[in-house]
Design a protein around this ligand. Sequence first.
Ligand code: SAH
Length: 514
Amino acid sequence: MAEINKEKVGKVFLVGAGPGDVSLVTLKASELIKTCDVLVFDHLANSELRKGVAIGCEQIDVGKSPGRHTMNQEEIGKILVQKAREGKKVVRLKGGDPFVFGRCAEEMIALNKESIPFEIVPGVTAALACAAYAGIPLSHRDYGSSISFLTGHEDVEKESLRVNFGKFAEVGGTLCIYMGMGKLDEIILKLIKGGLPPEKPAAIVSQGTLPNQRKVVSTLKDIVKDAKEAKLEAPAIIFIGNSIGLNSSNNWFEDRPLFGKRIVVTRPVGQVSRLKGLLEKKGAEVLELPLIKILPQEDRKLIAETFAGIATYEWVVFTSANGAREFFDVFFKAFADIRSFGPMRVACVGEATAQEVRKFNLEVELIPDRSTGEDLAQALVATESLDSANVLVVTGNRNREVLVGLLETVGHAIVDTLPIYQTDFADVIDAPDRAKFIKMGADAIVFASSSAALSYIEQEEDLQLEQGAKLPIHASFGPQTSDTLKENQLSVDIVAQDSTLESMLEAIENHFQK
Ligand code: SAH
């Protein structure tokens, strides 16, 4: 056992992780997750949250996992005490709110006994979240003046019901029952026997706030049958009461255009996926499969030479958003002032690349209709400004030969290339969502570049879907990516109009709304 050192004792935070949707986590919880040394979690807390931990944070799974039994409360308490004694900042993450049927009290008592300092951070509890996301009111001036949280028990074999449901029939108001699915028929029977009218409105929301949320709204006498027919399973909350009858026919959560769709995005390692956020707002479940990594090119001599002569170029040509981003990163390490960029004209392969350049209030003069190297070269040649002109092509390590060749042979330009980054295939084995993708598949997979498509094709063996998993269709950001997919016998089912995130989103939405 670690030595007890009063000076060095850490602290434990018993933290509510909310009901599932990660955007319902409190600011305080999210800050603690980012800064803790040890994260202790179980299956009810959304695994997405764990992606937010700092490098080096120790993660301890105390929940059920294949081949291992669930840790009991005593063991969990011991871990919390031990880690705090080592001087660590420990976050114990719990689904929903820690004090609502979360066994937080036991952990608090264990910490108290050992004089370990702790704090408790509340979370949005499942009943409140499920009601809100299903449009089911829990109270109303005329129809429901009290709200009770009750617990059944999911383990049908081991435990009998803990609550005297007959008595709660007399209490009335709105009942919210946690862990009740295993004994649903028994609970309903007791409530009716206790005096609740069989016509009383009842509802069940399962997987509340998650991309697979489902709900059934019914009456006390029919809810068991209706839940069975709909195959609703735990985790779920059972709601009973008159105000439930006021539920909205407008399902704001489930009616979002991409609700129920699982979409894979293939952003580069380390980049935050803005597309993920956009898709999630439309209701999709998003899996991340980083297929490529972008590495800065370290040819300092070439960079220094290029920058020394930067004022001599008439055109600078950007062939990708990553290239533009890296270029200005390096540029501002060499120069403090954007005016050092000079008066040259700017061409970009597509709209997403142009967006990176416009961030510096630089005008982009030329974008071809189709985002390929060939079209970019042709559009530049058509300006009739290339003859003997100095042109700088800022690029990666792939797909630049055609562009440079055409500028030189057809446009008679003097071309310098500045390879500013390298694209490498990322090992898909390391992808955080790979296991889920293999097990469940997806509705669509989005390829942001040819390199991502090639990486996917190369690593197909490590991405073999299990039987029964959904086979995804393919969405492509632009013509070059589409060509790569087709050349490798993969279908192209969705194409972004102008290679921007917004048009990709629109194309995906249109496809699934058909
Ligand atoms: N502390 C948690 C509850 C833990 S008990 C909280 O405050 O929410 C576990 C039970 O919570 C489940 O059996 C189920 O009844 C409910 N639950 C948790 N997450 C849920 C979800 N996303 N949708 C529906 N019910 C959920």
